[in-house]
Design a protein around this ligand. Structure first.
Ligand SMILES: Cc1cc2nc3c(=O)[nH]c(=O)nc-3n(C[C@H](O)[C@H](O)[C@H](O)COP(=O)(O)OP(=O)(O)OC[C@H]3O[C@@H](n4cnc5c(N)ncnc54)[C@H](O)[C@@H]3O)c2cc1C
Length: 436
């Protein structure tokens, strides 16, 4: 396939292709363009699209977006992205929703601890105008495999029979990633159903007020917890809309023992949702009553990959570390991947000859950190759905919940860049002294 790559237009001597144009793939293309690096994007869908739901972005995710140079544009969508302290209030899902734990009590906080809740399509709208070259986006291009040519170039194979050659492939093709196969092999058991399903939907705040909902859903992230179920509710669109995700887990079977053979996302009758949460408290039932057309998501998690890199193929986002959403951290980890990768690829000392060393250095930082968040995300779900089990009474919850977000939120991304560059210098991959 003819490449949109123009060697004269790119700041580097290597060609970059991104597989997947989701939140991470797009952020990566924009981030690379800031260093003058051209990247072709190959997206399987006929257009860029995002799920009509909210997504929470913690302080670390916002710092990564800032480093990528896109935060102001995202925040400028004022109807969606007001920075607030996104510290959860944990309340009982039952009865009068008595408070179990307020995350504000976890530690002191500053203005730097704020995050946002944003409507996913709004994020897309913010980023699309920043894409440097519309001709570099190729739709209806489903990657089926990646091979290496005799010249050492990477070749992406597409479902339509065409191919594309590049020197570096960034796999950003999400939880069901195909590019992951080229890094981690094709073991289907790498992805496990967590036995948890999530029902998602949006409800206008005004509707809930009229229903007599007392929980102050306009300002905080609420987590209604109970046994084998929990519900996250947070405001988007300046508090006019509540994003609701209701989780239910079947703990009668071990994780990994059940395979979801049908679609992982499907519309379900509202009654299924109401039945699952029958007997829960007033505000929960009122919220769910207004989720008229819920979609049900089968939540999967990756078995932590040993590496995110093979040769000149590198994974970012869910392709690398798809995780349970219980710490609201999946895409934030993807943005951290993309931030570090862009900083390293854009570094003046990076070129075709040391590309593989640079990717290894990326891996050494990102693989342990993102996998830590992946494991903690799963563990958080277990805690949220244990209220009332032995050792998880209301008085025990503080010991389980205090500080669970801090390792994710309070991570120094600039220090990652600095130490990785220093390591590349020490190992001789980068010159010891540069004129950067
Ligand atoms: C219920 C739920 C709630 C969540 N809430 C949060 C939250 O609050 N905060 C948070 O940080 N994260 C959250 N997440 C996780 C978050 O949604 C993901 O981490 C994020 O969407 C991953 O982005 P991505 O760009 O890596 O992948 P995706 O968004 O999946 O994008 C992948 C792109 O690649 C394309 N593609 C797929 N296969 C191919 C192929 N073979 N060839 C070419 N293109 C391909 C797809 O069409 C898509 O455009 C949640 C997830 C769920 C399920």
């Amino acid at each position: 396939m003819a490449s949109a790559y123009n060697p004269n237009a790119s700041a580097k001597d290597f060609r970059v292709a991104i597989v997947g144009g989701g939140m991470c793939g797009l952020a990566c293309a924009v981030g690379l363009s800031r260093f003058g690096i051209h990247a072709d994007i190959f997206e399987s869908a006929p257009k860029f699209d995002e799920v009509g739901a909210g997504v929470g972005l913690g302080p670390n995710a916002l710092r990564a977006l800032d480093g990528l140079g896109v935060l102001d544009t995202v925040l400028a969508r004022g109807d969606d992205a007001e920075r607030t302290l996104r510290r959860m209030v944990f309340v009982s899902g039952q009865g009068a929703h008595g408070e179990v734990y307020d995350y504000n009590d976890s530690s002191e906080f500053t203005d730097a601890d704020t995050g946002i809740g944003i409507y996913r399509p709004a994020f897309l709208d913010a980023l699309l105008p920043l894409l440097p070259n519309p001709n570099a986006t190729h739709f209806n291009k489903r990657c089926t495999s990646i091979s290496t040519s005799t010249s050492g170039a990477q070749v992406i194979h597409f479902a339509d029979g065409t191919t594309h050659e590049a020197d570096l492939i960034i796999g950003a093709d999400g939880i069901k990633s195909t590019s992951r196969n080229a890094v981690a092999g094709t073991d289907e058991k790498l992805l496990q159903f967590t036995n948890t399903v999530a029902y998602r939907g949006l409800v206008p705040m005004e509707t809930l007020r009229l229903e007599g909902v007392k929980t102050n859903l306009a300002r905080r992230v609420y987590n209604f917890i109970g046994i084998d179920k929990h519900i996250i509710a947070f405001p988007i669109k300046s508090g006019k809309i509540v994003n609701i995700v209701a989780f239910a887990t079947d703990n009668s079977v071990p994780v990994g023992s059940v395979e979801v053979n049908g679609p992982w996302v499907q519309p379900v009758p509202q009654q299924e949702l109401l039945d699952r949460f029958s007997g829960w408290g007033h505000d929960v039932v009122a919220m769910l009553k207004h989720l008229k057309t819920p979609s049900k998501w089968s939540i999967h998690t990756l078995i932590p990959l040993e590496t995110f890199v093979r040769g000149r193929i590198v994974l970012v986002g869910d392709a690398a570390h798809a995780m349970a959403p219980h710490l609201g951290a999946g895409v934030g980890q993807g943005f951290e991947d993309v931030f570090l990768l862009c900083e390293l690829l854009g570094h003046p000392s990076t070129n075709l000859s040391n590309l593989e060393d640079v990717l290894k250095a990326y891996d050494a930082v990102r693989q342990p950190r993102a996998n830590m968040v992946l494991k903690e995300s799963f563990r958080a779900g277990v805690i949220y759905e244990a209220l009332g089990k032995p050792g998880y009474g209301p008085n025990d919850m503080e010991s389980h919940l205090a500080g669970i977000f801090e390792p994710i939120w309070r991570h120094d991304l600039d220090a990652d860049v600095a130490s990785t560059v220093a390591g590349l210098r020490e190992r001789g991959s980068f010159p010891a002294v540069t004129n950067e």
